[in-house]
Design a protein around this ligand. Structure first.
Ligand SMILES: N[C@@H](CCC(=O)N[C@@H](CS)C(=O)NCC(=O)O)C(=O)O
Length: 245
């Protein structure tokens, strides 16, 4: 198994966490997002969407972190990380889908550390050449923003609100300490990279026992899992964001 990933990518973190929970061996191949390795022809053959992660198993490539995890569940059912009850499984999938829909909010914070510095130094012609390689219009826009017109304080506030709303939804839907009935699952793994960023920078004051006791307790239990530790959710804050922000 080969995983194409980036250490600070939330979708990559999801798959690393899942692989570690399964106890599966894999070869990790790092993709440098700031150098646009994800848009190079060699990588586009692995994932035509030009994003990480991607997995190669038995010579076949797969992309989309949620899909990769469900595939891994199917080929390696133990330990079980997806519910078998159809309703609970549907709930789990809705969590994954919901979190996937929030990625744009996380990008506003994360790219200040991973992509902005390099993107801002590009000349006009270099930037145009770069944009032409990006498969999705949404990501072209995000690259253009960080290169030339970084997200404003208002836009960061708006993104923060959307991410804090996710904590509210978690607090409300928690069942017996986990997001989906039946125990720890892919739903918990899927939100973990987002909660990590909220806790370290985006809105740490929203993760207090007195504000959200269930989520706070969940977060402490999740971080103590050996697989979480092995998956290496290293802090973003070892690198300063661009001072022009
Ligand atoms: N829905 C996708 C999202 C993948 C994604 O957005 N990956 C980001 C890192 S978290 C990426 O590759 N960004 C680089 C870029 O867009 O240029 C998944 O879950 O796999």
């Amino acid at each position: 198994m080969v995983l194409y990933h980036a250490w600070k990518s939330s979708a990559s973190r999801r798959v690393r966490f899942f692989l570690e929970e399964k106890g599966l061996d894999y070869v990790a191949h790092e993709i440098d997002l700031s150098r646009q390795e994800q848009h190079q022809p060699a990588f586009l053959k692995v994932n035509p969407l030009g994003v990480v992660p991607a997995l190669i198993h038995d010579g076949r490539a797969l992309h989309e972190s949620g899909t990769i995890c469900e595939y891994l569940e199917a080929v390696c059912p133990e330990p079980q990380l997806c519910p078998t009850d159809p309703y609970d499984l549907a709930q789990m999938r809705n969590w994954v889908r919901y979190v996937d829909g929030l990625i744009g909010n996380l990008i506003r914070f994360n790219w200040r550390y991973t992509i902005q510095d390099r993107a801002a130094k590009l000349s006009e012609s270099e930037l145009q050449a770069l944009l032409e390689k990006i498969p999705s219009a949404e990501r072209r826009e995000a690259w253009l923003r960080v290169a030339r017109n970084p997200y404003t304080a208002e836009e960061l506030d708006e993104a923060r609100d959307n991410l804090v709303a996710m904590l509210d939804r978690m607090e409300e839907m928690m069942v017996d300490g986990w997001l989906v009935r039946g125990g720890f699952s892919l739903a918990d793994i899927a939100v973990a990279p987002f909660v990590k960023r909220i806790s370290e920078e985006i809105a740490p004051d929203e993760l207090l026992q007195e504000k959200r006791p269930k989520v706070t307790d969940w977060w402490a239990r999740l971080q103590s899992r050996p697989a979480y530790i092995r998956a290496r959710f290293d802090p973003f804050l070892s690198v300063e964001p661009d001072p022009s922000q």
